[in-house]
Design a protein around this ligand. Structure first.
Ligand code: DC
Length: 210
């Protein structure tokens, strides 16, 4: 069974997807971490972020490794913490918007999906990566609430800077952030993580019985 969880930044995807995967005993696949790791490597190698072809070659040559405990590595380096830095937040949409890069990443993501039983988090999972997913959820939340959640994840940054950042990210991510027609939309603004997880578990149970 594949559970696809899509939605904008700060809608609660990661926390929900990780906890849901634990509860179901499924693998958790964070596709955003894959784009982040390639972005980290591009900065490390001082590649221009508008060079789609070079970035795709970089992604092709250096598969991102995701381990069971949430660790992320690329080109032999553990980048688990580094990919969450604000300097990556800012530029990752510039890398993720290149279709050449997306083709490489989607190929890898498909291969992981085909291993079965996974909660897969991203932007285009229910539409492009795994349109056959058994359960599709699209998470949304008010921008003010999403900015508030980011503040607790990125304590060094001011509230205004974060709100501006989030607005710019929404704009740059919009073409990649796709709601499948058959996805269930859940507004997480006033829900806590366990409520959201419980709702998705219900969808999973209903699907398993169908
Ligand atoms: O969810 P996140 O913030 O970790 O995602 C990082 C970036 O990657 C963000 O710019 C959206 C992009 N992304 C994407 O384009 N497609 C995905 N399947 C996952 C993430």
């Amino acid at each position: 069974m594949i559970v696809a969880i899509d939605g904008p930044a700060g809608a609660g995807k990661s926390t929900v997807a990780r906890r849901l995967a634990e509860r179901l005993g499924f693998r958790y696949l964070d596709t955003g971490a894959m784009y982040r790791a390639v972005t980290w490597l591009a900065l490390e190698r001082a590649l221009a972020l508008d060079e789609a072809g070079l970035l795709a070659e970089l992604a092709e040559a250096h598969p991102v490794e995701l381990d069971e405990s949430g660790g992320v590595s690329i080109a032999g380096t553990d980048v688990t913490a580094a990919i969450r830095e604000p300097r990556i937040d800012k530029v990752v949409p510039l890398v993720a918007r290149h279709q050449e890069v997306r083709r490489v990443m989607r190929g890898r993501q498909r291969a992981l999906v085909e291993q079965g039983n996974a909660v897969v988090e991203g932007r285009d999972i229910g539409t492009v990566v795994a349109p056959e997913a058994d359960v599709k959820v699209y998470l949304v939340a008010d921008r003010a609430e999403r900015a508030r959640r980011r503040i607790s994840e990125r304590p060094g940054i001011g509230a205004d800077a974060l709100a501006t950042d989030l607005r710019l990210r929404d704009e740059s991510d919009a073409p990649q952030t796709l709601r499948a027609d058959d996805a269930d939309e859940i507004d997480t603004t006033h829900l806590d993580v366990d409520d959201v997880v419980a709702r998705i578990e219900e969808l999973v149970r209903a699907r398993a019985h169908a």
